[in-house]
Ligand binder design. Structure first.
Ligand SMILES: Cc1cc2nc3c(=O)[nH]c(=O)nc-3n(C[C@H](O)[C@H](O)[C@H](O)COP(=O)(O)OP(=O)(O)OC[C@H]3O[C@@H](n4cnc5c(N)ncnc54)[C@H](O)[C@@H]3O)c2cc1C
Length: 381
């Protein structure tokens, strides 16, 4: 069985353990049933210092990076993918603020006093998050933001949005802003009522004349695309893959336990005694371990500046998203009607796992990018 992420166990995973067993795991079913935001988990993660995981030590954080964020999100997703996604978006946005934000905000994030998230997707450009159509307009010394954001995880719950718009005046595809979630003119327009990830609060948000200062700009005007590609994409791709991996691991373990412990009394055999069922469980195990291997190799490529690092960044979410839908589907299949009736605990993973393939960059967009890279074509254009 896979132990690559558990030996030796880093201290941040030790710190996570009591939060997992005491709060995240026990609350997961209820969060799924009621679509409640995982506030208790966020509070406990803040208390444990883990919301500052990717914040620099100089501002009070743990000074970790993509590997730690990915492994931590993976652990959370084994129990509650809604919580895992909220944490994933927090780290992805925190990484941008770490690189470009003011020190006071970085300190607040490091101390667990501020939760942040990404506000990129828009009703106009849909999953093409790199091409916002929303506007930023100079308004005296300030800037006016108008937008129809289509999805923001933790909408109305996070404290800060890392926000994209068309550039103010510069050439380029976008500019990134730091927008307080309580800014006047921001409105969450619908509650989240999704198939899965039911507690992640990914709602549409409109901005009508939201005024921010010029200082709210993160990075340079017109350079948003560079921030998206260099800061956000590697974090998000690996953490999203980690989220998928956590769900795959949970579904595989639960399904294997179910078939091993469920008896066909009339023939004196367990479901696991059936070769067909065993073969399906084997496929689940292999696919889960393949994703783990790709993910760990991708982290190695990134950390060592390998030539294939960008390809791995693109591949890891595509592979994990696709395989998590396959593995959770197999978990439903081998666990039979018992799973359909929610007795095995894999049905939530099956629903939650559907999201990654349609979260941007979507799997099909990634296939297009990876195909272009493999064929030597430019990724954009
Ligand atoms: C649970 C959840 C949480 C989210 N949280 C956030 C968040 O915090 N912040 C944020 O900014 N966004 C977030 N999103 C939005 C997400 O990143 C996508 O923008 C969104 O899911 C796209 O949905 P859509 O209906 O607009 O897709 P569409 O863009 O309409 O896509 C429809 C289909 O067309 C395909 N397609 C589109 N473009 C291409 C292409 N170039 N090549 C091949 N196929 C293509 C897609 O793969 C898809 O199959 C979240 C989404 C979900 C599901």
């Amino acid at each position: 069985m896979s132990t690559a992420t558990t030996v030796p166990r880093p201290s941040y995973l030790d710190a996570l353990e009591p939060v997992l067993t005491g709060i995240i795991a026990p609350a997961a079913g209820e969060i799924d049933r009621t679509a409640a935001y995982p506030q208790a988990a966020l509070d406990a993660l803040a208390q444990a210092g883990l919301l500052g995981l990717v914040s620099a030590k100089e501002v009070g954080g743990l000074g970790e990076g993509i590997r730690a964020a990915t492994l931590l999100v993976e652990r959370i997703a084994r129990h509650c993918a809604s919580t895992a996604l909220v944490v994933c978006m927090h780290y992805a946005a925190a990484a941008v603020i770490e690189a470009h934000g003011p020190r006071a905000v970085r300190e607040a994030i490091a101390a667990g006093r501020a939760v942040t998230t990404l506000a990129f997707s828009e009703a106009g450009s849909r999953s093409h998050f790199w091409a916002p159509v929303s506007t930023a307009t100079a308004s005296g010394d300030s800037v006016r933001l108008d937008a129809r954001k289509s999805w923001i995880t933790a909408a109305g719950k996070a404290d800060l949005y890392v926000w994209s718009s068309c550039p103010l005046t510069a050439e380029g595809m976008s500019t990134i802003w730091l927008v307080p979630a309580n800014a006047e003119g921001l409105r969450v327009t619908a509650p989240f009522d999704g198939l899965g990830l039911r507690g992640n609060y990914s709602s549409p948000v409109t901005a009508d004349g939201v005024i921010v200062s010029q200082d709210a700009m993160l990075g340079e005007d017109g350079k948003g695309f560079d921030i998206m590609m260099n800061s956000v994409l590697p974090y998000f791709q690996f953490m999203s893959a980690g989220c998928c991996l956590g769900m795959m691991e949970a579904a595989t373990t639960k399904a294997a336990a179910h078939v091993g412990g469920t008896t066909l009394e009339h023939i004196g055999q367990s479901l696991a005694d059936l070769p067909t069922v065993r073969a399906y469980v084997a496929r689940m195990r292999i696919k889960t371990d393949m994703v783990r291997a790709l993910l760990l190799d991708g982290l190695d490529a990134l950390e060592n500046g390998r030539a294939d690092a960008i390809l791995r960044v693109l591949e890891v979410k595509a592979a994990a998203g696709e395989m998590s839908t396959e593995v959770t589907d197999l978990a439903m299949r081998v666990s039979g009607g018992a799973a359909f009736r929610k007795e095995v605990g894999v049905e939530r993973h099956f629903r939650d796992a559907r999201a990654a393939t349609v979260m941007a960059p979507t799997t099909d967009a990634l296939y297009d990018f990876i195909g272009k890279a493999a064929c030597g074509l430019p990724l954009f254009g």
